[in-house]
Design a protein around this ligand. Structure first.
Ligand SMILES: C[S@@+](CC[C@H](N)C(=O)[O-])C[C@H]1O[C@@H](n2cnc3c(N)ncnc32)[C@H](O)[C@@H]1O
Length: 262
């Protein structure tokens, strides 16, 4: 059975985040290792020392990964708290907005927003490089399952050169996307592109996981890619957005919510 058929049979949206099961597996190995190490107290040397030296590092590594990565992964990727963030942002919506979701991936943000629209539409653009399984097909499949297929459109598009005219959208959203533009000058280009495609008075909302010491402890590559709140605020102040605000929403990790207005 190919991957696409498996997805179709599951009847659940596929937002492409599956690594949690590997972290759980590694933690279980760590736990079993720890139990084995405890049993070495009942046996004699040299077997005791050999088992201890071999198994103890594995047990500690497994448990360390479990203790740090599982809550971290769960916190980032569990959809409900993120849904709550968007709900909070969308509370003043009329329902007829034209929305652009940049870096839409598997459509998670686009679909959440589409659920709040009545006659409005969401267009999602992506270069489809990041999230595993991300493609317009997967995003359309998710939209179908979530009942918003008629309100969304997904297509290829680079945020560095947004393929839409000036003043086209009431809202532009970016769910954990801006950090993927690694060059800071390019990040500024993206902010100004977003500003360009917004209608006067239109809003831009970006959600970014904020860097903190736990990410370094977890030896996570993202510790270097995710930025501090101060970084994003400085970048916004250099952009064409003259009105903007920021909030922090904590759900194990700190999520920075940045709202700009044209
Ligand atoms: C962490 S994922 C977030 C996906 C989605 N917004 C979500 O919340 O599930 C970041 C997305 O940004 C996309 N991306 C990265 N650079 C991009 C670019 N220059 N233009 C458009 N999309 C880009 C990646 O392909 C990826 O799908």
């Amino acid at each position: 059975m190919n991957k696409e058929k498996k997805i179709m049979n599951s009847e659940k949206p596929n937002y492409g985040y599956t690594a949690i099961k590997y972290f759980i597996g590694i933690s279980i190995v760590g736990l079993i290792g720890l139990i084995v190490v405890m049993f070495t107290f009942f046996i004699e040397d040299p077997l005791k020392s050999i088992i201890f030296m071999l198994i103890f590092p594995i047990a500690i590594t497994g448990l360390y990964i479990g203790a740090l990565y599982i809550p971290l992964y769960h916190s980032i990727l569990r959809t409900n708290p993120i849904k709550d963030v968007w709900k909070h942002i969308l509370k003043d919506f009329r329902g007829d907005e034209q929305v652009l979701d940049i870096g839409c991936g598997t459509g998670r943000v686009s679909i959440n927003i589409a659920k709040h629209l009545v006659s409005g539409n969401v267009v999602g653009i992506d270069i489809y490089s990041g999230v595993s399984g991300s493609s317009p097909d997967t995003a359309y499949y998710n939209a179908e399952i979530e009942g918003v297929r008629d309100k969304v459109e997904f297509k290829y598009g680079n945020v560095l050169d947004i393929p839409f005219p000036d003043n086209a959208f009431d809202l532009v959203t970016a769910g954990s996307v801006l950090h993927e533009i690694h060059d800071d000058k390019e990040k500024l280009i993206v902010l100004n592109e977003i500003h360009r495609v917004l209608k006067p008075g239109g809003k831009f909302v970006s959600i970014e996981i904020l860097r903190d010491v736990r990410l370094y402890l977890a030896l996570l590559y993202f510790a270097f890619v995710w930025k501090t709140k101060n970084f994003w605020e400085t970048l916004l102040s250099k952009s064409n957005f003259k009105k903007w605000q920021s909030e922090t929403h904590t759900q194990f990790l700190n999520l920075g919510i940045f709202i700009g207005q044209k």
